[in-house]
Ligand binder design. Sequence first.
Ligand code: GDP
Ligand code: ZN
Length: 318
Amino acid sequence: MAGREGRRRGGRTESSPATGQVGDPGQVVAHHGVAVLVRLDSGEQMQVWLSPGQRAVVGDRVRVAGKSLEVLPARGVLRRRDARGRERTIAVNLDSLAIVVAPEPREPPGYIDRGFVIARAADIEPCIVVNKLDLPGGRELADRLEEIYGAFADLHRVSAQTSEGLHSIRDALCNGRLGVMVGPSGVGKSSLMNALVPDLELRVGELNRGTKKGRHTTTTATLHALDGGGYLVDTAGFKDFIAVDVPPRDAARYFPGFETALEAGCRFRDCAHQSEPGCGVLAALEAGEIEASRHRAYSSLREELSSSPHSGEPRRRG
Ligand code: GDP
Ligand code: ZN
């Protein structure tokens, strides 16, 4: 990792300009409850105990000085809700959120749009991975999604089974970029992780299996290095990610396909693009620039965000 920012220079450890604290810079690569595993920028890995009440998650940039750990401010935060309905941070400092889909099983309606909106709201770049290209319908699915989303995001056509297209995921996660894969159970996320990360050996599930017993049951994420220089967060064991902090009024701003229409603007600043006069989105719909199905998808996503108990709450870590 020669030349990386924050290395020791001239025998002295650099201080963090944000906090003034001295320490070796690194990143949290795994979380073990009371301690975290930190990979220093020098390449060395070490376990560091968290102080009481201190919080750190995978992806956090840190400084380690002796036994003390300083967690630096983070961006690109992805959350989920745990079994008891509490908000949990999965990982931070994410650059890329790959929404994985497959011809079998198909994702629920609106799944991809929700992923886009969550990612964009968190300042993470969304992309689409169409896996199981070897199955019938794989290429057709990729073509259809390319039509809808191709102008706004990268679409990777892959097969974990035949290894087709995996290089495009590696290429997208180069130069230390940090990515995470989300997608419905059974689309092949574990298989892709295994294919992309050397020596990983995550359990691969079977389709339509009623019980989840015996499956990978980690409750914390781990960060894995890829051959090409990027990192992937393993989220096996997490059922879902959620839009805990996307207020419904932001749904349109982040919705894939509304970008141009919104540039034209609406008469009302708080326009929900439903039936308001002078609405740029409805004008684009009328003109055939936005398809009716896309507007319907937006309306149901907005509805979904409105019924979320946490919508509009300020961001919190933890
Ligand atoms: P996950 O629940 O998203 O982690 O999915 P898994 O990785 O557990 O895979 C679910 C099933 O899909 C398993 O039976 C895999 O063998 C199968 N599978 C994964 N990737 C592919 C692929 O590219 N092609 C085919 N045909 N099957 C795949
Ligand atoms: Zn409008």
